[in-house]
Design a protein around this ligand. Structure first.
Ligand code: 5GP
Length: 199
């Protein structure tokens, strides 16, 4: 009687160090219907990151070539590197009924929103600014200079939260994930996303 064959486009942003990666990982473990979009970046891989899984690691020439070929839904420069969302996997999976998750920074998210206003935009907050700095340092993968840049950017990003539809605080991982799951359930029930056939 009710049909809804398209998946949701879920966009999660939040300052570096908010724990977006961990939240998204847990969300994926718990929900088979969610497809994580693998971004492209010119950043160097961190230890343990796998090409094609964590990111597609490209050099600047290749990245610019893909921009020119219109292969990205959006791209942005973030702390001296480029990041972009490949278009084809996102569209294919949404059309297959999968919910597609983008874990991207705010500038890119706003570009996505102008193209996909029907997407669901979630802003993830750290419990407080001190936790953010501690988490960035605790990662142990970045130099103090990079950490300082990311903290500065984090403060600017927090001010952009009003551009999103939902706020989730990452104080407790399981609770944050449950809140996002609740958002997904509610969004899928919206009348605008469902067709009703009375026959
Ligand atoms: P990191 O270098 O820590 O992996 O990512 C830095 C920032 O880039 C994070 O805020 C992350 O969400 C964002 N990011 C990752 N992939 C993309 C993307 O495809 N597009 C945009 N605009 N930002 C991205």
């Amino acid at each position: 009687m009710i049909t809804n064959d398209k998946g949701l486009l879920l966009v999660i942003s939040g300052p570096s160090g908010t724990g977006k990666g961990t939240v998204c990982k847990r969300l994926l473990e718990k929900n088979e219907n969610i497809f994580l979009s693998v971004s492209a970046t010119t950043r160097k891989p961190r230890e343990g990151e796998i090409d094609g899984v964590s990111y597609h690691f490209y050099d600047e020439d290749k990245f610019k070539n893909l921009i020119a070929k219109n292969q990205f839904i959006e791209w942005a420069a973030f702390c001296d590197n480029y990041y972009g969302t490949p278009k084809a996997p996102v569209e294919e999976n949404i059309n297959k009924g999968k919910d597609v998750l983008l874990e991207i920074e705010i500038e890119g998210a706003m570009k996505v929103r102008s193209k996909y206003p029907e997407g669901v935009y979630i802003f993830l907050f750290p419990p407080n600014i001190e936790t953010l700095a501690d988490r960035l340092r605790g990662r142990g993968t970045e130099t103090e200079d990079v950490i300082a840049k990311r903290l500065e950017r984090a403060k600017q990003e927090l001010e952009m939260c009003t551009k999103y539809n939902y706020y989730v605080v990452n104080d407790d991982l399981e609770k944050a994930v449950q809140e996002i799951e609740a958002i997904i359930v509610a969004e899928k029930a919206r009348k605008e996303r469902n067709k009703v056939n009375f026959n």
